[in-house]
Design a protein around this ligand. Structure first.
Ligand SMILES: Cc1ncc(COP(=O)(O)O)c(C=O)c1O
Length: 369
């Protein structure tokens, strides 16, 4: 396959160098944990290959609370990114058709594009509060449609698919014998009670998630997919074994120990999210040149520059980064115009966030045409 690097990765904070950014509002996760803040007992860990599906006790924890899911329905992967790759490369070929909701996390678009399948994009609109129109999905279905790909809570807008739309999507998948791929990487970060895992609602739904976004552990590279379809699981396991055989036993163990205590860790995390979100809300109320659809979850929002103001967007991003040492995600990371910007508000400290938002306002002042 002819891979091309994606802007969101090429221009990511870690590729730019964390030392070059003072106010990092470009992350789509909560603050990263530091190893010493986790209470780990790992000295006796054997550094062997591990269970090919992943540590059984961790897989059990991932679906605990669901009586129609068990550990056999869970495959651990290297972050959600590799789960998405495994699914796309196992299910799609040049002859197939895919429906993808856009904007979306780049991998959900770029891997299918690289495979060369036919893609129908369902474009969400700001004017429609970034909400899906189920009729558009229905109209896009073809005999060779393999799956419908959604992310929810949505990246980059932080909006939620309504419960009614989710259940319509599941009905469509069941009726047409195709799959619903639900990238639920931000599910724990809904501002209200999260919906059940999509995979628990139907054999036709595949759930994907990881510990990167809600738990601030992206460097551990642990994610998973969940499906109740045994044949599909076998296919995905074969793909995993051909790519990396198993996960890192060390990553799995650290994740397991963290997950066993995750409610405790999450208390602090959710306080930080709520505090930072209220700062963004206040700033948005003051910043009259931007407008947004208020998110219902996640840790990012996707405001845009109002059409009545004319901005030089290149100058804006350049000034923001080089003069004010502040990074946000420009629209083109999501195949959108650069008058849209993604602000990640839960990774920086509260003080850094406040300063970063002020810097956005200053850069807007300096890039008005
Ligand atoms: C919606 C979504 N899915 C998947 C990923 C991949 O994350 P990871 O591989 O770290 O789990 C990201 C990362 O930004 C994302 O936003």
């Amino acid at each position: 396959m002819l891979y091309k690097r994606m802007s969101i990765e090429k221009e990511s904070p870690e590729e730019l160098g964390y030392d070059n950014i003072q106010y990092n509002l470009a992350e789509s996760s909560v603050t990263d944990f530091v190893l010493k803040d986790l209470e780990l007992r790992i000295q006796d860990l054997s550094l062997c290959y591990t269970d090919h599906k992943g540590k059984p006790a961790l897989r059990e924890l991932i679906v605990s609370g669901y009586n129609n899911l068990d550990k056999e329905n869970v495959l651990l992967t290297v972050g959600a990114a590799s789960a998405l790759f495994i699914i796309a490369s196992s299910l799609l070929s040049k002859e197939d058709h895919l429906i993808v909701v856009r904007p979306n996390y780049a991998t959900n678009i770029k891997t299918p594009e690289t495979i060369g399948c036919d893609i129908t994009f369902i474009d969400l609109l700001f004017e429609n509060n970034w909400q899906l129109d189920i009729n558009d999905i229905n109209k896009a279905i073809r005999p060779n449609t393999k799956y419908i790909s959604i992310t929810h809570p949505h990246n980059p807008t932080g909006t939620l698919v309504s419960e009614a739309d989710l259940s319509s999507l599941i009905k469509i998948a069941e009726h047409h014998n195709l799959y619903l791929l639900a990238d639920e990487t931000y599910r724990e970060l809904c501002f209200t009670e999260p919906y059940p895992l999509a995979a628990s609602l139907s054999q036709r739904a595949i759930s994907v998630s990881s510990i990167s976004k809600a738990y601030g552990l992206p460097g551990l590279r642990i994610g998973w997919l969940i499906t109740r379809d045994e044949q599909l699981m076998d296919l995905f396991l074969a793909a995993k074994e051909q790519i990396f055989i198993t996960n890192s036993v060390l990553d799995e163990e650290v994740t397991y120990q963290f997950f066993s205590e995750k409610e405790n860790y999450f208390k602090t995390i959710s306080k930080q999210i709520a505090r930072n979100f209220s700062i963004v809300e206040k700033w948005m109320a003051r910043e009259k040149r931007l407008e947004w659809v208020k998110p219902g979850g996640g840790v990012v929002c996707f405001p845009r520059m109002k059409a009545e103001y004319k901005f030089d967007t290149n100058r804006f991003y350049d000034t923001l980064l080089h003069k004010y040492k502040t990074l946000v995600g420009p629209g083109h990371w999501f195949d959108m115009p650069d008058n849209y910007l993604r602000i990640g508000y839960a990774w920086p400290s509260t003080v850094e966030l406040e300063k970063g938002l002020e810097n956005i306002s200053l850069a807007l002042d300096e890039s008005i045409k």
